[in-house]
Design a protein around this ligand. Structure first.
Ligand code: DAT
Ligand code: MG
Length: 150
């Protein structure tokens, strides 16, 4: 099990619905550590780069419009297997297919309003962290102090 970083983002609908604290709480409750946090109204260019793998998809224009409709809260989290486990905390892409107990399963209905983002691989996580936090984030491995995970 690797200690990894991931990029988690509360999307505009999650911010508008007041779910920022709830989403942070689920990652904190799990035992993961927050390394960076920002509220930002992303440009279309930034979003197109973030979702570059999806640019041929028919839903891409709608996705960019939705994601640029309001501010997002972007975060970097660190911990064991956090890329995979973080996506498990989020739920499936389609909230209707997401189990209760997941964020999307508990709070969402529409795939086009699925509240949150989580990187899908450690490489993509690092790519997304560089993209959203170009000035870097704090260098800190909380696990080194054995405060939470051993
Ligand atoms: P995920 O966010 O679970 O990693 P993804 O990377 O495949 O999913 O897609 C990115 C976002 O695009 C997703 O969170 C919501 C939107 N999306 C995906 N599939 C869609 C579809 N069939 N119709 C509308 N929006 C879709
Ligand atoms: Mg994805």
């Amino acid at each position: 099990m690797a200690t990894e970083r991931t990029y988690i983002m509360v999307k505009p609908d999650g911010v508008e619905r007041g779910l920022v604290g709830e989403i942070i709480k689920r990652f904190e409750n799990k035992g993961y550590q927050l390394l960076a946090l920002q509220m930002i109204k992303p440009t279309k260019e930034l979003l197109e780069e973030h979702y570059t793998d999806l640019k041929e998809k028919p839903f891409f224009p709608g996705l960019i419009k939705y994601m640029s409709a309001g501010p997002v809260v972007g975060m970097v989290w660190i911990g064991k297997d956090i890329v995979k486990v973080g996506r498990r905390l989020l739920g499936e892409t389609n909230p209707l297919a997401s189990n209760p107990g997941t964020i999307r399963g508990d709070f969402g209905i529409d795939v086009g309003r699925n509240l949150c983002h989580g990187s899908d691989s450690p490489d993509n996580a690092e790519r997304e962290i560089s993209l959203w936090f170009p000035n870097g984030v704090v260098q800190w491995d909380p696990t080194e102090n054995n405060m939470t995970q051993k």
